[in-house]
Design a binder for this molecule. Structure first.
Ligand code: NAD
Length: 473
């Protein structure tokens, strides 16, 4: 695995100003697999200045030309698909076939989508005697987490490039290597110097300096609600635009007429994917009380066939958690669920047999979960599903909305119109109906404490634009 000793600033690989490094650990083996620089406030400042100096020229570059760079970037990501998939499998722990498909495939597709969005977008419209024009907001700071690391970076970089913004990326310390692969790609296509800059480092140093830097016009943050609040507080001092993609506790409502034989396995997959480390994971399965026994039986036999294993092991379907601290946190949540009286259907807090190395947790399902239990309220970020019984459709909707979060959700029913009617009543940014797939051209983002702003599609581009009215005589 590659280690990086330099940061990418102003179109060049440059030595960091401090000597510290961040080690990257493979969660499947607990081995160190690489390292990146722990950037300093000075490094970050250099990157912001480079982005500021590059802004005027990039903002004035025609959309078609910006789109041609984006196309080249998408093509380079596609060429490097295997390397990206394997790198993220080794940083995050997602099984490599899935990682190649999702962690490499999705950002490549998103990048490609913005070549078209950049040129299709209507940057000007008339309103009465005014010409309303949309302009790039300026220098952007991107702070991203480890769970879908390149997807989360590209979800910001691609629309920002399309809009004509310049940027500084601060990736997570757990999974930063993929961001360096992106910087390699940026370098190889000859993107103008200073448009894209990469400064790895810890949140309390580089992330805070980026959030409070007076030359940064906008911060786009993905991660935990706590860090998101801190970033927004710092950004408020200079009245930056802030978009946030934060946590979730999404509900999956199985209506009484749903096909349980498909909806229950699909719901478990929607919770356990990436070992439950997915902000939009449907972690609360709401089922009619009279059907709970049937749901439990299906769930038990489905989970019995899930193969746990290292990310590079042949046939493994579920990998470890990203870090030792994440494993401790998730294990404590499982213990709490037992202590609060939920019924443990499968799994539990013990380390799975034969998997003492690596941060593995048993896929765990609780039933008879009450909406006020801790496991039903807090984001666990592990392979832990809560089955919550309900009596009426109205009660199911009320339980689903009884959350500080509002990121995603799902509804299943034999009657699609009935499912849509329920979905309209959920206070969340997305709802999957009868297994509807994630769509990179549809807006993604949160209601309530799941965040502000939307990513992907034309809605993702709009976040990076300012609006100006030319009032004509
Ligand atoms: P985090 O919020 O600590 O980190 C996300 C990013 O923010 C990282 O790049 C980090 O370095 C940076 N950061 C942290 N503190 C900062 C600060 N004070 N100022 C500026 N930047 C800062 O999240 P994490 O450690 O990656 O994961 C912790 C929890 O966050 C998880 O357990 C999970 O609940 C949640 N999470 C949510 C998502 C999501 O997409 N909604 C993704 C990953 C993690």
């Amino acid at each position: 695995m590659k280690s990086y000793a330099e940061l990418y600033i102003n179109g060049q690989w440059v030595a960091p100003k401090g000597g510290e490094t961040i080690e990257v650990i493979n969660p499947s083996t607990e081995e160190v697999i690489g390292s990146v620089p722990a950037g300093t406030v000075e490094d970050l400042n250099d990157a912001v200045i480079a982005a500021r100096n590059a802004f005027k020229s990039w903002a004035n570059t025609p959309a078609e030309e910006r789109a041609s760079y984006i196309k080249k970037l998408a093509a380079t990501l596609a060429e490097n698909r295997e390397e990206i998939g394997k790198t993220i499998a080794m940083e995050v722990g997602m099984p490599v076939q899935l990682s190649t498909m999702i962690q490499a495939g999705m950002p490549t597709a998103v990048m490609g989508s913005y070549a078209k969005i950049a040129t299709d977008f209507e940057y000007e419209e008339s309103s009465g005697n005014s010409l309303v024009i949309r302009e790039p907001i300026g220098v952007c700071g991107f702070i991203t987490p480890w769970n879908y690391p390149l997807h989360q970076i590209v979800g910001k970089v691609a629309p920002a490039l399309a809009a004509g913004c310049t940027m500084v990326v601060k990736p997570s310390k757990e999974a930063p290597l993929n961001a360096f692969l992106l910087a390699d790609a940026v370098d190889s296509i000859g993107l103008p110097a200073g448009v894209f800059n990469l400064v790895s480092g810890v949140g309390s140093v580089v992330g805070e300096a980026l959030s409070s830097h007076p030359e940064v016009d906008m911060i786009s943050f993905t991660g935990s609600t706590g860090a998101g609040i801190r970033v927004a507080e710092l950004a408020a001092q200079s009245v930056k635009r802030v978009t946030q993609e934060l946590g979730g506790k999404s509900a999956n409502i199985l209506l009484d007429d749903a096909d349980f034989s498909t909806a229950v396995p699909a719901g478990i997959n929607g919770c356990f994917i990436n070992s439950g480390q997915t902000c939009s994971a449907v972690t609360r399965m709401l089922v009619p009380a009279s059907k709970q026994a049937e749901v439990i039986a299906i769930a038990k036999s489905f989970v019995a066939n899930i193969k746990l294993g290292g990310a590079l092991e042949e046939g493994s379907q579920l990998g470890p958690l990203v870090s030792a601290s994440q494993k401790r946190k998730v294990t404590a949540c499982i213990e709490k669920g037992i202590a609060e009286g939920a019924t443990l259907v499968v799994g539990g807090p013990e380390t799975p047999e034969g998997l003492n190395r690596g941060y593995f947790v048993k896929p765990t399902i609780f039933a008879d979960v009450k909406p006020d239990m801790t496991i039903a309220k807090e984001e666990i970020f592990g392979p832990v599903l809560c089955i919550i019984p309900y009596e009426t459709e109205e009660q199911a909707i009320q339980i689903a909305n009884d959350s500080i979060y509002g990121l995603s959700g799902a509804v299943s029913s034999a009657n699609i119109e009935r499912a849509k009617k329920v979905a309209r009543q959920l206070r969340t940014g997305q709802v999957a109906i009868n297994g509807g797939r994630f769509n990179i051209m549809a807006p993604f983002g949160g209601y309530k404490q799941s965040g502000n702003g939307r990513e992907f599609g034309k809605w993702g581009l709009e976040e990076f634009l300012e609006t100006k009215s030319l009032n004509l005589p």
